[in-house]
Design a protein around this ligand. Sequence first.
Ligand SMILES: [Zn+2]
Length: 328
Amino acid sequence: MGEVYPWQVTLWQQLAGRRQHAHAYLLHGPVGIGKRALAERFMASLLCLKPNGLEACGTCKACHLLAAGTHPDNFVLEPEEADKPIKVDQVRELVNFVVQTAQLGGRKVVLVEPTEAMNINASNALLKSLEEPAGDTVLLLISHQSSRLLPTVRSRCVQQACPLPSTEQSLAWLTQALPESSEAARAELLRLAAGSPLAAVKMHEQGVPAQRAQVIEGVKKLLKQQIGPSQLAESWNAISLQLLFDWFCDWAQLMLRYQLTTDEQGLGADDMRKVVQYLAEKTPQRKVLQIQDWLLAQRQKVMGKANLNRVLLLEALLVQWASLPGPG
Ligand SMILES: [Zn+2]
């Protein structure tokens, strides 16, 4: 069974406490808040032969089989490799599973994550199972970006929004999860993770705060012409492209906001404040808008896992960034 997070108490009761279960649920919300854990807990409860209230008992045959990953009435559909699409052949296997009779005589439960990893063909194959429910099958679809799903997929599910926990809840949980870190470091991690506590822990494990410091140091050197764009791009080899584009998009947005409001409170995180302010004051607004458009478009490609030439893309970014201050 998945871990139980304190911010999911109400969510759990809404979901598991329904009198009658829907044929398909769509659990949607930001990355890093425990949707998978919630879905696994729900799956265990739906498959358990002797549930204890809303919870799976953990001791019956179904619970043992599920824990061992050999429950015959359970199907998990996810990409074969991380960040790759779910293939249409995988969905066909799922469709076959859904029409079979449950072997343990109870429910069958399917978990799909992330649902947006299905292309149009795969989604259309899945629709068949969503449209023609077979027996007592429950489909749990998890999505981090439900706006990318086919409307026909969304409309056939009971949608369960999984919101971000409050900052207080997240910080309280992070205190337990990262007892070695300082309070300031935990707050910084949560901010970097856009408020997702599990993503914050992952970023801590991946050394993201140090990477960000490295990037900011590099940007300062670039603006002082102490390093060239290509050399700097090379030195960021170990840093995820998605993170880099998240940060630069954020900075461009902050620049624009400062130009419009000259509100120093709105300059964002301390680590980049001065640089953002300097750039906002020295750069014509037209150029900020231009680079922002460009950044947003590239970020879409990065998020869509397009096949990109990493070094060339970063060089293009840094060449434009270096030429921000001044007319032109
Ligand atoms: Zn059980």
